[in-house]
Ligand binder design. Structure first.
Ligand code: DC
Length: 198
């Protein structure tokens, strides 16, 4: 069965947790596409060459989850040559046999517009910054400023900007427990799987 769950949204909205939970629940494979951009961002040198030559070791680095790696990822992600170099790997992953969950910024709009399920997971910048701050510590105001800066860059770039696909189901997690958000996401998948089998 080919079945793609595309999960897009801004940083720290809960995409990662929801994606992992959905993948586990339905036995689908999961790709966190932000890691690809983070790996390119921290590699240094020519970003397009880094994107074309990414290795498993690049994706296994211990420093990919830092705020700095997130900012570096957001910067290289605005370069069309970098995005282009990463498209085919993501498309193949999305449409391979057995079901796949991909989370990112442009999965439902550019990478896999034919995805059976599209979710747009969001929350207010303040709530997202607070969640990120609980993970990384430091100065919360700085974390909020970084979240807003990254939103502006990811939503404002010309190539594949972050936005909800017209047919995406939006889940605003601002005042939801994560279990609730996972339950909503799973219910959307169950409904669509039912139609796929009917
Ligand atoms: O999801 P994340 O925070 O790991 O993503 C890091 C950056 O990578 C994000 O700010 C923008 C970029 N990105 C992207 O442009 N497209 C994707 N599909 C995933 C991430």
């Amino acid at each position: 069965m080919i079945f793609t769950v595309a999960i897009d949204g801004p940083a720290a909205a809960g995409k990662g947790t929801i994606s992992q939970a959905v993948a586990e629940r339905f036995g689908f494979r999961h790709l966190d596409t932000g890691l690809l951009y983070r790996a390119v961002g921290v590699k240094g040198g020519d970003p397009a060459a880094a994107a074309r030559n990414l290795t498993a070791a690049d994706l296994d680095r211990g420093d990919l989850r830092t705020l700095e790696a997130g900012q570096a990822a957001s910067r290289v992600a605005a370069l069309p040559e970098v995005r282009e170099a990463l498209v085919s790997f993501q498309r193949r992953f999305a449409r391979s046999e057995g079901g796949a969950v991909l989370d990112g910024r442009d999965i439902g709009t550019v990478i896999c517009p034919e995805a059976e399920v599209k979710l747009y997971v969001t929350a207010s910048p303040e709530i997202r910054a607070h969640r990120r701050w609980l993970e990384v510590g430091g100065d919360e105001a700085r974390v909020l400023a970084e979240v807003k800066e990254r939103d502006a860059r990811d939503m404002g770039r010309a190539d594949a900007p972050l936005r909800a696909a017209v047919d995406a189901v939006t889940i605003d997690t601002s005042s939801m427990a994560i279990d609730e958000a996972v339950a909503v996401a799973c219910a959307v998948v169950v409904a669509r799987l039912g139609r796929a089998k009917a």
